[in-house]
Structure formats: structure tokens, C-alpha cells
Design a protein around this ligand. Structure first.
Ligand code: NAP
Length: 296
């Protein structure tokens, strides 16, 4: 029997409806409109479309969207100056610097300059540390979206064997840490695989929940999946152009074959992707609550 498809678009819409109400309540109570400032350096087309989508999502939910576009040749000092201004601007509750940055900039230095209480991406070392000890304020958006998808798909995590393929700082490592915490929606036994893992299939075949963030099309084939497993495909790989001239996207999982083995599976597009921006909106509201109430 083919797997149940976990519809990330539908789950994201549901969360956005819940958020819109929370934002309206917060505005009515505090008189403050939560504000997200996006900063884009250069004109990378994918980055332009990401920041445009983030700004649009903010406005649709009744939050303020501020955007700074800087030329690709901007100096690191100029970007740091802007971040310092945004850190001190009370109308800006969340700051997001779109990655990747041009070569002349030190990405870590830029991200570390953002006030940790406005770091809605959750990349500042203070927030990474909070995540590690289970006291996160701003969980990174993609891992937060993955956890929410698992929860809302009704897949139990407690005691479950979870295998994560990929160990990046933005997806693999944080989702592994989040699912390991002694908390509801976590409490799993987590294994993390990467390119130096000796026998990846031996691990993935054990997984009751398999999360794949490798950035390699078809890295996971049907024979690597445990029958009935929940499969979360984070990958986004461009593999050509569609008939309408848009990039054709596929995940890291051989979807057509794996859906015949898995119990539940996320598609690409329409799985994890729509959740990421939604979690950013959630973090922006949290940042505004933190600024106004001192807690969130
Ligand atoms: P990344 O920084 O390139 O990391 C990829 C990780 O996967 C690395 O740890 C790498 O191992 C591992 N890996 C690569 N090929 C592998 C293989 N064949 N077997 C086992 N492990 C392998 O990528 P990322 O930023 O985490 O992103 C991963 C994918 O998710 C990309 O396709 C990206 O576009 C997508 N993504 C989607 C969203 C979304 O919102 N939908 C958000 C973020 C990322 P090593 O460490 O050994 O090199």
C-alpha cells in the first residue's frame, strides 16, 4: 500500500491560521506590531525569492516587514553597521540576514553580530547553546518545521529509532539535538549519518523515522527504507526546467519508489519547504513577545 503523503503546505496553512490569531491578540494587548527585517546582500535569484516570500508571509499575518537590499560589493563593515542599527531599532524584533553572503564577508562574524534576542533564524551561538541544553527560544526554522510535521502527522517519537542523514549546522545537527531532548515530541534514540558513515543503508533500514538532509537527489532508495517508516525529505535539488520554464525540484529521496515502502512521506516540493517560513513567522512573534514581555 502506498504511503500517506504528509502535506506540508496544508500543515503550514493550519499553523499560519493559528499564528494570525496569536499575532492579532498580541497586537491588541500590547499595541505593538511584530516586525521582521530581512537583509539581502547581492541579487542571487534564489535568495531574492526567499526574502520576498518571507516579507509576504509577514504581511499576510499582520506583521511588519522591513527589507534592506545591499549591493553585492558592500563591505563587511557596512553590513555590520546596519546590523548594529537594527539591533537598536525597537520596531525591529527579528533580524534575518539571507545566506549565502558574498565572499568578502565572514558569515560567522555577521551572524554573531545579530542581537541573540532578535536572532529569529536561531544561528547565533547563544541560541545554538540554548538549543543544546533544551532551553531554546528560537529553534532554527527548518528543524522546527520538521519536528512540527512529525508531530502533526501523528508519528510518535518517544523511544523511536530516528536516523538523520546529514550533519549541517542548519539542519542535520539541530534536528538531531531537538529530537534527543527529554521532552514531548522528542525523547528519541537518534543516529546521525554523513559522508564518512560506513554503511548508511544499515542505519537507515533501522529507522522508524528517517530524516534526509543531504542535498543529493535520490540519495535514499527504496531498499534503504524500513517498511512503514515515516520519511521526511528535506532536500531541494534542481534537476532541470519544467515545461513552464521554472526549475524542476526533487528531494533527496527517490519519492516514487520509497512511497511504496514507507508508511508516511513528505513530497518535494510541498513538504518541509512551506514549514520553514512558517516557523520563521513563529520565531518573529516570539521575538516581539520577548522584547515587550521579557519572555515568550
Ligand atoms: P549541507 O550543508 O550541504 O550538508 C549536507 C550534509 O549531508 C553533510 O553533512 C554531508 O556530509 C551529508 N551528505 C551529503 N551527501 C551524503 C550522502 N550521499 N550520504 C550521507 N550523507 C551525505 O546541506 P544542508 O544545508 O543541510 O541542506 C541539505 C539539503 O536540504 C539541501 O538540498 C538543501 O537545499 C535542503 N534544505 C531545504 C530547506 C527547506 O526549507 N526545505 C532548508 C534548508 C536546507 P558531510 O558532512 O560528511 O559532508
Amino acid at each position: 500500500m502506498a504511503a500517506e503523503i504528509i502535506d506540508g503546505k496544508q500543515v503550514a496553512e493550519q499553523i499560519r491560521r493559528e499564528l494570525a490569531q496569536e499575532i492579532a491578540d498580541f497586537k491588541a494587548r500590547s499595541g505593538i506590531t511584530p516586525g521582521l527585517c530581512t537583509v539581502l546582500v547581492g541579487e542571487n535569484p534564489a535568495s531574492v525569492s526567499y526574502v520576498t516570500a518571507k516579507g509576504r508571509a509577514c504581511e499576510e499575518l499582520g506583521m511588519r516587514s522591513i527589507h534592506h537590499a545591499l549591493p553585492a560589493e558592500t563591505s563587511e563593515a557596512n553590513l555590520l553597521k546596519l546590523i548594529d542599527e537594527l539591533n537598536r531599532n525597537p520596531e525591529v524584533h527579528g533580524i534575518l540576514v539571507q545566506l549565502p553572503l558574498p565572499d568578502q564577508m565572514d558569515e560567522s562574524k555577521v551572524l554573531f553580530a545579530i542581537d541573540a534576542n532578535k536572532d529569529v533564524d536561531g544561528f547565533h551561538p547563544v541560541n545554538v547553546g540554548r538549543l543544546m541544553i533544551g532551553e531554546e527560544i528560537f529553534p532554527p526554522c527548518t528543524p522546527a518545521g520538521i519536528q512540527e510535521l512529525i508531530l502533526r502527522s501523528g508519528t510518535p517519537t518517544e523511544g523511536a529509532e530516528i536516523v538523520v542523514v546529514g550533519r549541517s549546522n542548519i539542519v542535520g545537527k539541530p534536528i538531531a539535538v531537538m529530537l534527543l531532548q527529554k521532552k514531548p515530541g522528542a525523547n528519541a534514540t537518534v543516529t546521525v549519518c554523513h559522508t564518512k558513515t560506513r554503511d548508511i543503508a544499515a542505519h537507515t533500514r533501522r529507522a522508524e523515522i528517517l530524516i534526509v538532509a543531504a542535498g543529493r537527489a535520490k540519495a535514499i532508495t527504496a531498499d534503504m527504507v524500513r517498511p512503514g517508516a515515516t520519511v521526511i525529505d528535506v532536500g531541494v535539488n534542481r534537476v532541470g526546467i519544467t515545461s513552464s520554464g521554472k526549475p524542476k525540484l526533487v528531494g533527496d529521496v527517490d519519492f516514487d519508489a520509497v512511497k511504496e515502502v514507507a508508511g508516511k512521506i513528505t513530497p518535494v516540493p510541498g513538504g518541509v519547504g512551506p514549514m520553514t517560513i512558517t516557523m520563521l513567522m513563529k520565531n518573529t512573534l516570539k521575538a516581539a513577545k520577548l522584547a515587550v514581555d521579557g519572555r515568550c
